[in-house]
Design a protein around this ligand. Structure first.
Ligand SMILES: NC(=O)c1ccc[n+]([C@@H]2O[C@H](COP(=O)([O-])OP(=O)(O)OC[C@H]3O[C@@H](n4cnc5c(N)ncnc54)[C@H](OP(=O)(O)O)[C@@H]3O)[C@@H](O)[C@H]2O)c1
Length: 378
């Protein structure tokens, strides 16, 4: 399978892929793919030069997403640059309202302000927008969808026979990774409280943050003062509270996304969620420690079996070998990995579990989830 262009590959990805769903990655590519089809939708990739935008192309290619044509859209800074995808040459265009004329599916990953301004414009012009930003997630009229978790939230939004556009929101990357693992357990025993601690990678802050982490690492090893442009403090060989703005209640915005989005996705306004989000100097893929409290008892063996059968989830839980999920192992993978499945000793009668979850947040936490939504539109 041919891959899309990407300037942001993690050079440290192991060649051994364990039991995770393997994904082929070759660059550059030269073959004209079958996914280019006259009866497919016209797709716009908004923010195509970014970390998520590049992954959109990768995922579209990996999954043979059928398309008639693709518009490669970014800011004025990138307009006119050339890009090769599936054996064709494209010129990146500056994003404008007219960019959406004739577009069926618009995959947005150019930040919240771009989504707020041009998402509704794209929808008015007939496109179904799948938006990666937080702009519309909590809008009651906008479905917030993880296909494995709440596909029904999309209602009847489809491409066929539609007369007008729509907006569908992709949840926050940490929420997606957490709920991929927590939802199968929630369905069995009903989560009443969830405590999440995240260990979030540079990739979650975009391509420039990944470059800064690499640069800082070299600088620190060379005994130089690290360049701090994206983050206000040293990132290499350090960790710090997530860079999202801190709110009056003391939580930062990233933490509150986990709280609010979980309630919306589970359609359960009573579930109690608290979170602490931390940036760690990992290039790509987030890790999360999740403590769950259940209404009904759930033993760890049953939980492990439920997780093994859950779509998009793989269990890596080898206590004897002390082998559990790592960000490195899930990088560039579709599946979310779960391990450290154990009874929470602080809760009585099997009413609590601890799990450790890792997932590639550019992939399942962003591009893959959005393309899966787009597939459900076909
Ligand atoms: N990274 C993640 O893991 C992740 C996960 C979930 C959601 N998201 C969300 O996805 C969005 C993009 O994230 P990212 O990590 O891909 O960021 P990024 O690497 O910084 O890329 C940003 C992209 O947006 C484009 N852009 C910026 N301003 C624009 C404008 N005014 N008009 C048109 N295009 C513009 C940039 O184009 P130029 O190159 O031309 O500047 C670039 O293609 C954000 O909303 C982010 O919150 C990211």
């Amino acid at each position: 399978m041919q891959a899309a262009v990407s300037a942001h590959r993690n050079p440290f990805i192991p060649t051994h892929h364990g039991s995770l769903t393997a994904r082929r990655s070759k660059w550059p590519n030269t073959t004209v793919r079958m996914s280019h089809r006259e009866d497919g939708p016209t797709v716009a990739v908004v923010g195509v030069t970014g970390a998520v935008g590049q992954e959109f192309l990768q995922v579209l290619s990996d999954r043979d997403f059928p398309y008639r044509s693709i518009r490669m859209l970014a800011s004025r800074r990138s307009a006119g640059r050339h890009l090769s995808f599936e054996g064709r040459e494209y010129t990146i265009e500056e994003l404008r309202p007219e960019s959406f004329d004739g577009v069926d599916v618009a995959l947005f990953s150019a930040g919240g302000s771009v989504s707020r301004e041009l998402g509704p414009v794209a929808a008015e012009r007939g496109a179904v927008v799948v938006d990666n930003s937080s702009a519309f997630r909590m809008d009651p009229g906008v479905p917030l969808v993880i296909p494995e978790v709440n596909p029904d939230a999309m209602g009847h939004i489809r491409l066929k026979g539609r007369s007008k556009g729509a907006i569908i929101a992709n949840p926050n990357c940490s929420t997606i990774i957490c709920l991929m693992a927590a939802t199968p357990l929630h369905r069995r025993a009903k989560v009443v409280r969830m405590v999440v601690s995240t260990y979030q990678a540079a990739s979650g802050a975009g391509a420039a943050a990944m470059e800064e982490l690499e640069l800082q690492t070299r600088e620190v090893l060379d005994g130089k003062r690290p360049t701090c442009k994206i983050f206000k403090q040293q990132y290499a060989f350090n960790l710090f509270s997530h860079n999202a703005p801190v709110l009056p209640n003391g939580y930062n915005e990233e933490e509150m996304k986990l709280v609010k989005e979980t309630r919306k996705i589970w359609n359960d306004m009573d579930v109690k969620v608290t979170a602490t989000c931390i940036r760690v100097p990992v290039m790509r893929a987030h890790a999360e420690s999740v403590n769950l409290q259940f209404e009904k008892p759930l033993d760890e063996e049953t939980a492990r079996e439920i997780l093994k059968g859950a779509p998009g989830v793989v269990v890596i839980d080898d206590r004897a070998a002390n082998r559990f999920p790592t960000p490195l192992e899930v990088s560039n993978k579709d599946d979310v990995a779960v391990g450290r499945v154990r009874q929470d000793l602080s809760q009585d009668d099997n009413h609590g579990l601890d799990i450790f979850v890792c997932g590639d947040q550019i992939r399942k936490g962003a591009a893959l989830n959005a393309v899966q939504i787009a597939e459900m539109l076909l």
